[in-house]
Design a protein around this ligand. Structure first.
Ligand code: NAP
Length: 324
């Protein structure tokens, strides 16, 4: 597995997102033993970058990751996120107040069974707290050795610049894939200017680009995608064509659609480390093998020129929390 640098942080360039093991998707939380086997297999394959968050579960995903990494913590660049749960009694909305951050980190350290977090992201920008105050509190945590690097998620260019002026930001994590191209216009240029790494989340389009999702009936009512605009009937039918184009290129090369989706992302720069999520050993093997898939200039151009997916990436309430 090839490695890249996110800022100064070395990671294997394909990571593992743990969210769906406990949260958000059909089947989450039903097979912790299988999920732990998946984490172990990922480590054996050279995946070093594991992604979780306090809000996944809530809390249970960090606990699961903590159990999975017992005895293997030093093989991993461990990333988690704070800010969508308030620890200061704030009602509704995000909370990245300095007091909230200081309380959140203690819980995450405990659940993860570690004395430090390698990359600690603000999960969403908090309009109620100046980013300078949040990053000031994070810089103190760096000084105390509780966290090593600072990240932001779904932050816009202005927030990224303001944060980076207080303390270097190592990585920004936002949704990016052939299904969601938004970061290309405004965010990626700023990251490159400031030497900040980029971590595409949902790099498989929440499973869509793998070609295995052919009907909305596949989602349990609790599945995040059941009320996601991308997956509602009309948009879904439109977006199936996108998945079919990816599958056609995969068939030409003799690889899988998931591998094509990841190889396209990897070709976008050596400052990018996607974190595909899966609960299954066979799929983590498939996704990690995308490291060796090379697309030709023609294939890359064909994929890059695919039409945008139809529908917003999140429902209305969630969209309001994202800076664009
Ligand atoms: N910062 C944020 O706000 C944010 C938001 C969302 C996600 N994330 C992070 O990003 C990570 C990845 O995103 P994601 O899980 O939303 O979406 P994703 O990686 O685009 O897709 C995950 C889905 O695809 C399926 N899948 C994975 N590999 C597959 C393969 N090779 N073939 C067929 N299906 C496959 C998984 O199902 P199975 O599990 O059944 O294999 C799962 O349903 C998350 O785990 C989380 O850590 C961050």
């Amino acid at each position: 597995m090839q490695h890249i640098k996110l800022g100064q942080l070395d990671v294997a360039r394909i990571g593992l997102g743990a969210m769906g093991m406990s949260h958000g998707y059909t089947g989450a939380g039903t097979d912790d033993a299988g999920s732990i086997r998946t984490v172990h297999r990922a480590l054996d394959l050279g995946v070093t970058f594991i992604d979780t968050a306090e809000v996944y579960g809530p809390f249970t995903n960090e606990e699961l990751v903590g159990r999975a990494l017992k005895g293997r913590r030093d093989q991993v660049v461990l990333a988690t996120k704070f800010g969508l749960i308030s620890h200061t009694g704030r009602q509704g909305g995000p909370d990245s107040s300095p007091a909230g951050v200081r309380a959140a980190v203690e819980g995450s350290l405990k659940r993860l069974g570690t004395d430090h977090i390698d990359l600690y992201y603000q999960h969403r920008v908090d309009p109620g707290t100046p980013i300078e105050d949040t990053v000031g509190a994070l810089a103190e945590l760096v000084g105390q050795g509780k966290i090593r690097h600072i990240g932001l998620s779904e932050a816009g260019p202005d927030t990224i610049r303001r944060a980076h002026a207080v303390h270097p930001v190592t990585a920004v994590q936002s949704e990016y894939s052939l299904f969601t191209r938004d970061p290309e216009a405004r965010v990626l240029p700023v990251l490159r200017e400031l030497n900040i790494g980029f971590v595409p989340f949902s790099p498989l389009g929440r499973g869509f680009l793998t070609g295995t999702i052919r009907s909305t009936d596949q989602f349990a009512p609790t599945d995040f995608r059941a009320d996601n605009p991308r997956f509602t009937e009309e948009n879904f039918q439109h977006n199936l064509r996108l998945a079919d184009e990816v599958a056609a290129i995969a068939a030409q090369i003799g690889v899988t659609p998931a591998q094509v989706a990841l190889a396209w992302l990897l070709a976008q720069g050596d400052d990018i480390a996607p974190i595909p999520g899966t609960r299954h050993v066979a799929r983590v093997e498939e996704n990690a093998a995308a490291d060796a898939v090379r697309l030709t200039h023609e294939q890359l151009a064909q994929l890059t020129s695919l039409p945008p997916a139809a529908g917003d990436t999140h429902n209305e309430a969630q969209m309001r929390m994202m800076e664009r």
